[in-house]
Design a protein around this ligand. Sequence first.
Ligand SMILES: Cc1cc2nc3c(=O)[nH]c(=O)nc-3n(C[C@H](O)[C@H](O)[C@H](O)COP(=O)(O)OP(=O)(O)OC[C@H]3O[C@@H](n4cnc5c(N)ncnc54)[C@H](O)[C@@H]3O)c2cc1C
Length: 255
Amino acid sequence: MKKYDVIIVGAGIAGLTAAIYVSRAGKSVLVLESTMQGGQIINTINIENWPGDFKVSGAELSQKIYKQAEELGAEIEFDDVTGIEKIAEGFKVVTEDGEYIAGAVILAVGAEPRKLSEKQTKDAGKRPISYCATCDGALYKGKPVVVVGSGNTAKHEMEYLQNIASKVYHIHHDDPIPEDAEAVFVAIGRVPATGNFADLVDLDEHGYVIAGEDCKTSTPGVFVAGDCRTKEIRQLVTAAADGAVAAMEACRYLG
Ligand SMILES: Cc1cc2nc3c(=O)[nH]c(=O)nc-3n(C[C@H](O)[C@H](O)[C@H](O)COP(=O)(O)OP(=O)(O)OC[C@H]3O[C@@H](n4cnc5c(N)ncnc54)[C@H](O)[C@@H]3O)c2cc1C
């Protein structure tokens, strides 16, 4: 089993920033990412509130930070982390494709879209369910679609689809899905992606990893950064700040 000083789970802004700090501290670091680098902002055309980059897309910003981490020596693998276990040498990190050992771990798994209710999933039947109009909207050109959700994201998804689809229905969580809609676009919020780590660290009632500004979890040697942590403001700058803190604390833990 390959061994690293620090393994970071998630290559969003929190995880990639943590990778930069761990690499610069001279420790070996592996970042494991289940889909692609960038996390939630990957399809965002204009990033707001990121100091120093007035007009930048999410893809550009995350690519720059990814490259920076890689050039500093961070290894990045695309693999889903399915569990983490405390062992004598530190932690065994289990992925879909293998196993690794780490002296310390940083959870930077962010948040994922909240799924449709059981009732609406059943109602949708075989019709495609999408969580991103920008990614999948073009597939339904001239066809009727439905957007589920009541917040700002649902409003933006509707505006985007109105230029593509023949009709855009708007329904709320648990309303019946119109029969003629050919695809279901879901925008009902996000939940922390912490399900695989419930046995490793304490989570609050919503699934966020409980930790303060020092990013230390209930398990010594496991740190948390970004949107999956209990905190007030979930933004790119706060995710990056957590990444820096979690990395420095992980290095201090290793000594
Ligand atoms: C549409 C949208 C637009 C936004 N726009 C802005 C903006 O303009 N400005 C701003 O400041 N904030 C914005 N935000 C908020 C911002 O995106 C988040 O605060 C930030 O992305 C959090 O970063 P993160 O690294 O904590 O988590 P995420 O970005 O969620 O990254 C987590 C990563 O971990 C990976 N992962 C999860 N589970 C596993 C696992 N088991 N194994 C391996 N990898 C895993 C995920 O695939 C993901 O890549 C936006 C959010 C959304 C949804």
